[in-house]
Design a protein around this ligand. Structure first.
Ligand code: UT7
Length: 330
């Protein structure tokens, strides 16, 4: 047991598959154009994992980099949480597979399924254990192989998603750390984005496969409308209790669903364009992994320095949402 302290991010890592799928290539697969995809979503390309690469493989690569960045070894980790909606399989949990591949001790390891909000939910859960002093170091990984549940014949969804993984090591910090967190969910709107079959409601059958029910189904227009409000409300839910105004925030790292959603949400929050980190152009929507990868990139580019206050801000399937204020402590 260690002394009770604030939890902070002490190491970060990411992994993106090498294979790039461009809009030009999608033009050959479905009835779409580069122009439509760029203007409606902001996406130019996305990464696609290889057929022998599962979510746990990407998660392990990101985790190894995060451990190295934190100057820790797998032996130092007391808890592993993997946020994913594309686990290797229903069970064992992808977190258990990651634990084994890393050679970590027999520490607790579990998955959480909150779609695009997964990284923020995961950091929130882990931070409770650290603040209480139950555990010292936690590995929170957000990893997705969305290409495995994408209907490559549905132009309305297949242009949006990509694969990747990001990981954070959390530990007790003397200064800064996670200052506030705000989570929410609304199961009444769960139908707006879902993967209908393969669970206990519609187990896999020939009919379910023929009906293409094992792929993501989405009502994009309705989601778009709620997303703008939810993202702005969630960010305020995390910043208001601290008395923070838009000008106090160095950078917002939002879930990368659609550039138009992000621009509208930023306007609603009174943020300048340079206060929003964007990488949707290169990777599309990677669900839980989007914020994790964006955070790693922003730190690696030197955009976040010790003492800066940043906001992570997500919404996604469930529906779920979450925002978090972190004062950077490294
Ligand atoms: O990760 C969290 C969950 N995801 C989201 O939050 C996504 C939120 N929604 C969105 O980002 C947008 O709604 C989309 C990008 C998915 C769609 O953009 P939109 O401006 O809402 O387009 P739309 O669905 O209203 O479709 C407009 C037109 C339709 O044609 P008609 O009916 O006007 O003739 C679609 O059939 O665009 C057509 N369309 C396409 N055309 C070319 C839909 N997908 C494509 C495509 N290429 N890929």
């Amino acid at each position: 047991m260690c002394q009770s302290k604030k939890a902070g991010i002490i190491g970060l890592g990411m992994y993106l598959p090498e294979n790039v799928l461009t809009n030009a290539e999608l033009e050959k697969m479905v009835d779409t154009t580069d122009e439509w995809i760029v203007t409606r979503t902001g996406i130019k390309e996305r990464r696609i994992a290889s057929s022998d690469e599962a979510t746990s493989d990407m998660a392990v690569n990101a985790a190894k980099e995060a451990l190295k960045n934190a100057n820790l070894t797998p032996d130092d980790i007391d808890l592993i949480i993997v946020a994913t909606i594309t686990p290797d399989m229903f069970f064992p949990a992808t977190a258990c597979l990651v634990q084994a591949k890393l050679g970590a001790r027999t520490i607790p390891a579990f998955d959480i399924s909150v779609a695009c909000s997964g990284f923020i939910y995961g950091l929130t859960i882990a931070s409770q254990f650290i603040s209480l002093g139950t555990y010292k170091h936690a590995l929170v990984i957000a990893a997705e192989k969305l290409s495995s549940v994408t209907d490559w014949s549905d132009r309305a969804t297949c242009v949006l998603f990509g694969d990747g993984a990001g990981a954070a090591v959390l530990g007790p910090v003397d200064e800064g750390g996670i200052l506030s967190t705000f989570l929410g969910a609304d199961g009444n709107k769960g139908d707006l984005i879902k993967l209908p079959a393969g669970g206990s409601r519609i187990p896999a059958t020939k009919e379910s496969v023929d009906a293409r029910l094992h792929f993501i189904k989405m009502n994009g227009t309705e989601l778009f409308k709620v997303a703008v409000k939810i993202m702005a409300d969630a960010a305020l839910g995390a910043t208001n209790p601290l008395g923070l105004k838009a000008e106090d925030i160095k950078l917002v790292i939002p879930h990368q669903a659609n550039i138009r959603i992000l621009n509208a949400a930023a306007k609603r929050m009174g943020l300048r364009p340079d206060q929003i980190y964007l990488n949707i152009e290169k990777y599309g929507n990677m669900s839980a992994a989007s914020i994790a990868v964006a955070l790693v990139e922003a730190v690696n580019k030197g955009l976040i320095k010790k003492g800066d206050k940043i906001v992570l801000d997500a919404f996604g399937g469930g529906l779920t949402w979450g925002a978090m204020v972190i004062e950077w402590s490294k």
